[in-house]
Design a protein around this ligand. Sequence first.
Ligand code: XLS
Ligand code: NI
Ligand code: NI
Length: 441
Amino acid sequence: MKEYFPMVQKVKYEGKNSKNPFAFKYYDANRIIDGKPMKDHLKFAMSWWHTLCAGGADPFGTTTMDRTYGGLTDPMEIARAKVDAGFEFMTKLGIEYFCFHDADIAPEGATFAETKKNFWEIVEYIETKMKETGIKLLWATANCFNNPRYMHGAGTSCNAHSFAYAASQIKNAIEATVKLGGKGYVFWGGREGYETLLNTDMSLELDNMARLMHMAVDYGRSIGFDGDFYIEPKPKEPTKHQYDFDSATVLGFLRKYGLDKDFKMNIEANHATLAQHTFQHELRVARDNGFFGSIDANQGDALLGWDTDQFPTNAYDAVLCMYEVLKAGGFTNGGLNFDAKARRGSFTPEDIFYSYIAGMDTFAFGLRAAVKLIEDGRIDKFVEDRYSSWNSGIGKDIIDGKATMADLEKYALEKGEVTDSLGSGRQEMLESILNQIMFTL
Ligand code: XLS
Ligand code: NI
Ligand code: NI
C-alpha cells in the first residue's frame, strides 16, 4: 500500500518539554482524566473536506496545495487515494472519527444516477477501511451549497426542483451514515438564507426547510438511524443572512416546527464569533436548553470578519469550551471535529500534521485545565454564592411562584434601596483564578 505521509510515523505523546514537532505535548490519548481516557473525552474527528480536499484557494488566488495524491488525474482514483491517505493520516495521529460531505468523498457525475454510483462505491471502500482500522464515522452531511443548482438555496430555494435534488442527496447521505454506523447527521445551511428580501418569501422558505428536515428525520428513523440530527448555526457566509443565525435562533426554529426531539446543535467556534458571540456563549445556550450535541473546533481571526476556519490554538477558548462540555456531561453521539484548515501558505503535507497536533494539544490542554477548574471549585462556588438571594426569602418566593407584584412592591417599600445587598462581580479576580489554573498546568 502506498504511503502518503512517509515523513511522519505514529505521533506520540512526549510531554510538555518535548521539542519534537511531530509529538503531542499535552494530548496523551489513554491517560485517564476525570474517570475516562482523554481520547474518549475529546472524541477528535478529521474533516474530510479541509484535510483531504481543500487546496488553499481563496477569492484572490488558486490552490497552493497538491491534492492529486501523487499526480492522479482520474477523479475516482483521487477519491480512492483520499480514502487511503485519510485513514493513514488518522491512524498516524490516533484520530478515531471522521466527518464528510457527500461531495468530499466522491466526484459528482454527469447525472444523479452517476453521482450515486460514485458515491456508493467510495462509501463501500470507506467501510472496508473502517473495519480494518476501527476508525468510526462521527457524522456525515450533504453538500447542498456548492453546485450552481443551489444558487438560490436548497431546502429554502424558490425552486422546487432544487429542493427535490437536495432531498435526494440528503437521502443518500443519511443512508450512508446508517451503513457506516455514524451517530450524527448534520444540516449546515450553506445557501439557506437570503441576499435581499426584495426577492424572498422568507416565511415559505423557512416552512420548507422544516419540511425537508421532517422528511429527513422520518426517513432516517425508518431506516434505523438512531443518532442525532444536528443543525450547525452560522449567521452569514455564504449568504448575507443565514437562517440558522445562532443557537438561540435555531432553538426557536426547532421548537416552532416540532423538530426539537430529534435535533441537537453542532456548534462551530468561528461561527459563534461571526455571530458576535463567544464560542462559550453558543455552547452555553445549547447546554442550558438540552441541545448540546457536537463541536466543530476551529477559530477565526479577531481582525478578519469571515470564517477563516483556522486550527484552534487559543487556549482560553479551549478551556472554556471543555468546561461547557464537561458540564454538559461530555459527548454522547457528538465529538470534536476539526472543521479547520492549514493556512494557504502552510502548503506541505507536514503542515497538516502540525495543524492537527496544534489543535489536539490545545484541546487536550483545555480538557485538563477545565477539569482542574471544576475540581478547584472557586469559580463555580462564586457563581453559586452570587445567586444565593434566590435560595430563601423573597427570592425563593419568586421562584416558587408565590410572590405577586403587590408583594414585591411591599417588600421594596420595606427594604428600601438595593445597593447594600449587591456583592461585587469580581470579574478580575475570577479571570486571575482562571489564569492561575492554566499557568500552573
Ligand atoms: C461551513 C461549515 C461547514 C459545515 C459542514 O462554514 O462549517 O463546513 O461544518 O457543512
Ligand atoms: Ni462546520
Ligand atoms: Ni464553518
